[in-house]
Write a protein that binds this ligand. Structure first.
Ligand code: ASP
Length: 334
């Protein structure tokens, strides 16, 4: 029987109304009792609860590191890991784990739900049971899935390719630039050709992240003379238009010059969720080109942001940062 470690971090899946009528996380034993089918699954399940389960809007880089440490500690004891996590920042955590753990040979599947587990019509039961089934899939004793995934509403996604698209539909996640890895219908159909094959053969757990990253979203009417370049920003993610376009105005060029002077690396990431950055396609991207900005290619915003934090955490020189950011570390870009 496959041995799976279930790590409960919080999120709606394990919440109940508190005395103020607000949803807040409860402990895992209450959750387990609400899903009797768990006992019927042909997997050996151990449950670990983080010290303080949270609403995932409270998840911080320290929480990602805590998960990396827990997975490292138990890595040899289990065939796979399933994480219960709030949906709000699930895509950030999935991206973080996919970059912080390299050379992964076992599945880490993150799931949660839109309705708490005890509620009639909850999506928690299906999400949890299917995530466990995917985590247990093997051939000749080897795990079929060897990457970080998000399982939600009948679909398995590469974690660093997915983002939360809806706060009120069960179908809460989407992976606009990479197909779903699997679907669970009457049968669980896994598309093995789409799965990530690790480039790193050595298993590495990185435990440092540097969050000195700013985000600037462009919009018509933005006065660049008022946009600060904060001293502790090492990277700015610029949320551009369309295929990576920005206004070629003196104020924008001055902003780019201030970034350059401050040694801040600009990463061009689009406000469009689907498609990729195409530098030089329009004249309106030429200012960005002159200033050696990096392209987030077809990465999700979440993935590009977290990748920058993880690479800053490696204390790379500027050139190496640029090379690594441009590579696909865990299947996050093409
Ligand atoms: N606010 C919740 C969280 O992210 C939402 C959810 O779990 O769906 O923790």
């Amino acid at each position: 029987m496959r041995k799976i470690c279930l790590i409960y971090t919080g999120g709606t899946i394990g919440m109940k109304q508190n005395p103020n009528g607000k949803l807040a996380p409860v402990d895992f034993d209450q959750l387990r009792a609400s899903i009797p089918a768990l006992a019927l699954l042909p997997v050996e399940l151990d449950v670990v609860t983080v010290d303080k389960p949270v609403d995932s809007s409270e998840m911080q880089p320290e929480g990602w590191i805590d998960l990396v440490e827990r997975i490292e500690e138990h890595y040899q004891d289990y065939d796979g890991f399933v994480l219960l996590h709030g949906t709000d920042t699930m895509a950030y955590t999935a991206s973080a784990l996919s970059f912080l753990i390299q050379g992964l040979k076992k599945p880490i599947i993150i799931t949660g739900s839109q309705l708490p587990v005890g509620v009639l019509r909850t999506d928690a039961t299906e999400n949890l049971l299917s995530a466990l089934e995917f985590a247990a899939m093997e051939r000749d004793g080897e795990a079929l899935i060897q990457e970080v995934c998000i399982y939600f509403e009948y679909k398995l996604y590469r974690g660093n390719r997915a983002y939360k698209r809806s706060s009120n539909e069960f179908d809460a996640f989407s992976s606009p630039n990479y197909p779903a890895l699997a679907e669970s219908g009457v049968r669980m159909s896994l598309n093995e050709d789409l799965l990530w094959k690790p480039v790193e053969s050595i298993l590495r757990f990185q435990k440092k992240v540097d969050a000195s990253v700013g985000v600037v979203a462009l919009y018509p009417g933005l006065d660049f003379t008022k946009v600060p370049v904060l001293e502790d920003w090492k990277v700015i993610l610029l949320r551009t238009f369309g295929a990576g376009n920005a206004p070629n105005t003196p104020a924008f060029i001055d902003f780019l010059q201030r970034c350059e002077k401050g040694g801040v690396q600009i990463i061009n990431t689009s406000q469009c969720v689907s498609g990729r950055i195409v530098p030089g396609l329009y004249d309106s991207s030429s200012a960005l080109e002159q200033f050696n900005t990096l392209s987030a290619k077809d990465m999700t915003f979440e993935s590009a942001l977290v990748k920058a934090m993880v690479l800053l955490g490696r204390n790379l020189g500027r050139d190496e940062f640029i090379i690594k950011f441009s590579e696909s570390l865990s299947g996050e870009c093409a």
